[in-house]
Design a protein around this ligand. Sequence first.
Ligand SMILES: Cc1cc2nc3c(=O)[nH]c(=O)nc-3n(C[C@H](O)[C@H](O)[C@H](O)COP(=O)(O)O)c2cc1C
Length: 196
Amino acid sequence: MNLTVALTGASGAILCQELLLALEADERVAQVHFVASENSLRVLAAELGLSGRDNLLEKLLGAAPTKTMRHADEELGAAIASGSYPSSGMIVLPCSMGTLAAIANGLANSLIARAADVTLKERRPLILCVRETPFNRIHLRNMTLAAEAGAVIFPAIPAFYNHPIDSAEMARQFVCRVLAHIGLPQPGAYVWKAEE
Ligand SMILES: Cc1cc2nc3c(=O)[nH]c(=O)nc-3n(C[C@H](O)[C@H](O)[C@H](O)COP(=O)(O)O)c2cc1C
């Protein structure tokens, strides 16, 4: 697989960090294209204490990336901005209401919005892990618009029934659900067992 991952300025940067770590470790994934919006940098600083634009992947992964490459959100000439590039799909985690609006309305005015637009037009999987609370009617309409265009609205809502011991474990299990959804079931994923 060859996946695009976008980090936007909604709360939940740790979810994207765990996603990038899982994809780096997954032998079924050959390449990851990573794009962080300008506004995500503020949330990264607030939530993970990671500041500055430089070496962002190294900071998130704790090591040099082996298969993940970063693009600037202004880089509209990147390969993932074109439908002819054979991407397997795109995950926006977390997805802010601003980015949701841009995608739902086809603005294609940043690399994240354009790559999502291309993913939809090529009928490839697009997973929008939206995060806001509460939702206003504009958010709800934009989610419907995006879903009607083929996106999967996959809210960044963790599970509690697996008794996560910390926020990293909570994030890991959420990422397992996202990856299982696009055909990459993960070792260590909690599986709910029904009571007999
Ligand atoms: C600490 C922090 C948390 C935020 N959390 C959210 C959120 O959960 N959802 C959301 O839609 N916007 C959130 N925002 C606001 C977005 O960052 C803002 O709307 C921004 O314009 C989104 O831009 P982007 O989509 O290009 O990343 C948050 C901002 C900050 C500073």
